[in-house]
Write a protein that binds this ligand. Structure first.
Ligand SMILES: CC(C)(COP(=O)(O)OP(=O)(O)OC[C@H]1O[C@@H](n2cnc3c(N)ncnc32)[C@H](O)[C@@H]1OP(=O)(O)O)[C@@H](O)C(=O)NCCC(=O)NCCS
Length: 169
């Protein structure tokens, strides 16, 4: 049996529309404007990753190094197309990106109902032999109301994984 060809790489502006399509296709992520994904692919490519499975866009992670603390990699969105879930693709992308970015710690936010995302970042902590800590960050009342935005936004907890092992095996 031949193995599927999986390519993990930094996105380019030519991937911007695919990032938007994948995010929208999850049905659960906040879908940012198409422009935001193009901008991300241009200015934050070094801290983002797109996965292609047999040349098909299958998932992405967007992240940035915090301007106030460039040792911290903040992960914004993680998305895997439904056809490619449950086979370790998000883990592959996250592990590759963390290694490439070389930061000392990782931050992300997760809503409390997102078991897959919590498992993903817990797996990262396990791989790096380190801890994952959670604390409240954006309470639900900080977001626009359901009347204003069409949908209530759940509270986002901050998860911190540190220290990250650089050049981990
Ligand atoms: C979250 C998401 C990116 C995971 O992608 P994936 O490629 O299926 O994840 P992986 O196969 O790499 O699995 C990562 C971990 O999550 C666990 N996991 C995957 N799907 C799960 C689910 N539905 N429920 C509970 N755990 C789950 C896996 O078992 C694995 O943990 P383990 O190493 O302890 O076994 C994907 O489900 C997705 O795109 N969801 C919609 C968007 C979203 O919620 N993004 C995260 C918030 S930014």
């Amino acid at each position: 049996m031949t193995e599927e060809l999986i390519i993990l790489r930094a996105p380019t502006v030519a991937d911007g529309a695919d990032l938007w399509r994948i995010a929208k296709g999850t049905g659960v992520l906040d879908t940012n404007t198409p422009y935001a994904y193009l901008l991300w692919a241009r200015d934050f490519a070094a801290t983002s990753v797109i996965a292609e499975v047999e040349a098909e866009p299958a998932g992405f992670i967007s992240g940035y190094l915090k301007p106030s603390d460039p040792e911290t990699l903040f992960i914004w969105q993680v998305a895997v197309d439904a056809n490619f879930r449950g086979r370790g693709l998000a883990k592959k992308m996250l592990f590759e990106l963390v290694e490439r970015a070389g930061a000392a710690r990782l931050e992300t936010t997760i809503t409390e109902d997102n078991a897959a995302s919590i498992a993903l970042f817990t797996a990262l902590a396990r791989k790096h032999g380190t801890e994952i800590a959670r604390r409240p960050l954006f309470s639900a009342d900080l977001f626009p109301s359901a009347e204003e935005s069409g949908e209530a936004h759940a509270a986002e907890d901050l998860y911190v994984v540190e220290p990250l092992a650089r050049q981990s095996a």
